[in-house]
Design a protein around this ligand. Sequence first.
Ligand SMILES: *Cc1c(COP(=O)(O)O)cnc(C)c1O
Length: 410
Amino acid sequence: MKAFGFTTATLHSDRAKPVEHGAIHKPIHNSAAFGFADVGDLVRVFQGEQAGFVYGRQGTPTTAALEEKITRMEGGIATATFGSGMGAISSTLLALLRAGDHFIASSFLFGNTTSLFETFAQMGVAVSFVDATDTAQVEAAIRPETRLVFVETIANPCTQVADLAGIGQLCEARGLVYIVDNTITSPYLFQPQSVGASLVINSLTKYIGGHGNALGGAVTETGRFDWSRYPNLYDYYKKGNPATWGITQIRKKGLRDAGATLGPEAAHHLAVGSETLALRMERICANAQRLAEFLDAHPGVSRVYYPGLAEHPQYERAKTLFKGNSGILSFELVDGRDCLDLFRKFRVVISSTNLGDNRTLAIPVAQTIYFELGQARRAELGIAESLIRVSVGIEDGDDLIADFSAALEA
Ligand SMILES: *Cc1c(COP(=O)(O)O)cnc(C)c1O
């Protein structure tokens, strides 16, 4: 039988197994613990011999239903959800790394991820930050104790596109775990398993949830990595197919020990939001492309960062890898213009952090998310003082263009 398409599979994944009382949505299970008629079943679930739920910190039927949806979206084999994207990233690395290990990360990462990795460095896990648009730089950073490589698809705010396929080949050749944070592209525009990723991270708060009304995170095992060659796994998680040992340790140890659990109510919001991911991304990509072209031609704008513009350094790469370029774009104003002024004139665009909401959000980067770094470090990173990041939403395109046009009027 032909496999269902992306949206059909997402919509109907709950019903692949019987749902209580025929409910169309997987119900919200609030129970903190789960009881067993036979204590033998309780023991077998604890020992990993049998599937089941014991305590809500390690998951509920509601989070399991969302995990099944994300596994299908990513074309993976298993998913664990967390209370936020940062919960997913921190729990995953806590579960996989030990003091003395080394890992390689892109130097263009979500700011809190960079901050977390710096904390790991203070605790005896070394990290090298490299320009991941260039696989040679990743390769040059590999050491005997390197365990994994961590990159994002399209970086925020300046939209660098990592050499996702090249790094995938490198990780495969060198036996390294390859972790791709797919938040900005979402599984509708790109499946990292297609370039050999071992684990895929998604902040569900962003495009997958889509409505800015719940926080969540996920890590998906693609089935592409043979965990029997990975040193840091505990024997009791090495059961069954070696392709699943990593996610087993991430769930059993990472999620359990860190306690970054996704609550059932949030899981339900995120599952409902995920149903329209494809529809929203189509509209977001179309709006973002149109806005990028409008800004690029505007005399008040000196530079636009968007992978859908031919002048973008990774334009061709993005075209080959992604079904669309998503909704993150940034731009700089011509010299002398106060970027905060612009924000005061917006009627549609909301001055806000966050991204992946249905509503268009914009933020002055240097004054907010990169404020702590100071001007000198910002200059090193190529963050202009007038840089504005936009997370394009699903509004009517004409309204968005009109809002930017009016705000940019001198
Ligand atoms: C937002 C974001 C995260 C963190 O997700 P939260 O749900 O906010 O914790 C991680 N990676 C990327 C690329 C993000 O944009």
